[in-house]
Design a protein around this ligand. Structure first.
Ligand SMILES: C[S@@+](CC[C@H](N)C(=O)[O-])C[C@H]1O[C@@H](n2cnc3c(N)ncnc32)[C@H](O)[C@@H]1O
Length: 160
C-alpha cells in the first residue's frame, strides 16, 4: 500500500465512471450480489450502499422491502440509477468525505468499489466516515480482489 502524495481527489478528477449504460451491459447480477442481498435481508435496514453505481444491488435490496440509500461519486452512474428506479434516495458524494448526519445498520461497498481507495490516507478517511455512519452494532461489508489468485489485466498491479 503506498503512502504516496497522491491527492485524495485523484479518482474524482479522473471521473472514470461516465458511461453508465456500458457499465450495466458489462456488469450484471452475479453471485456477489446474491450474497449481499442475503446479508441485507439478514441484518436489516437502514442500509447505505456506498459506491452504488447504477444501483443494481441497491434496487434489489429496496425491492426486498428494506430502507436503503445509494451513494456514489459519479453523477453519470447516479443519473442512470435515478432513471431506472424511483422511490430510492440517491446521493452524490465521496465516501471519504461524506457527512450524512445519520447512522445505518448496514453499510455496503460492493463490486470492488473499495479498490478505488488507493492510498493509506484514502483508507483512513473512508473508515473514519464509515465509523461516523454506522450504528454501534452496525456492519460494514465490502470485498476486494485476491491478486494472488488471478491476474486482472495488464495495468492492474497490486498495491499491497
Ligand atoms: C466498480 S463500480 C461498482 C458499482 C456497484 N457497487 C456495482 O456493484 O455495480 C465502482 C463505483 O464506486 C464509485 N466510487 C469510487 N470511489 C468512490 C468514492 N470515494 N465515494 C463514492 N463512490 C465511489 C464509482 O463512481 C463507481 O460507481
Amino acid at each position: 500500500m503506498s503512502e504516496d502524495n497522491r491527492s485524495p481527489d485523484d479518482f474524482s478528477q479522473q471521473n472514470a465512471y461516465t458511461d453508465a449504460e456500458t457499465y450495466d451491459a458489462e456488469n450484471q447480477w452475479a453471485d456477489d450480489d446474491e450474497f449481499y442481498l442475503a446479508l441485507a435481508k439478514e441484518i436489516g435496514g437502514p442500509v447505505l450502499d456506498v459506491g452504488c453505481g447504477t444501483g443494481r444491488l441497491t434496487c434489489a435490496i429496496a425491492a426486498a422491502g428494506l430502507e436503503i440509500t445509494g451513494f456514489d461519486l459519479s453523477p453519470e452512474m447516479l443519473a442512470r440509477a435515478r432513471s431506472l428506479a424511483g422511490g430510492i434516495e440517491w446521493i452524490e458524494g465521496d465516501g471519504r468525505s461524506m457527512h450524512l448526519g445519520r447512522r445505518f445498520r448496514l453499510i455496503l461497498m460492493t463490486g470492488h468499489a473499495f479498490q478505488h481507495l488507493l492510498t493509506v490516507r484514502d483508507l483512513h478517511a473512508f473508515f473514519e466516515r464509515m465509523r461516523e455512519h454506522l450504528r454501534h452494532d452496525g456492519t460494514l461489508a465490502f470485498e476486494t480482489r485476491n491478486y494472488a489468485a488471478k491476474t486482472f489485466g495488464h495495468s492492474a498491479k497490486p498495491t499491497l
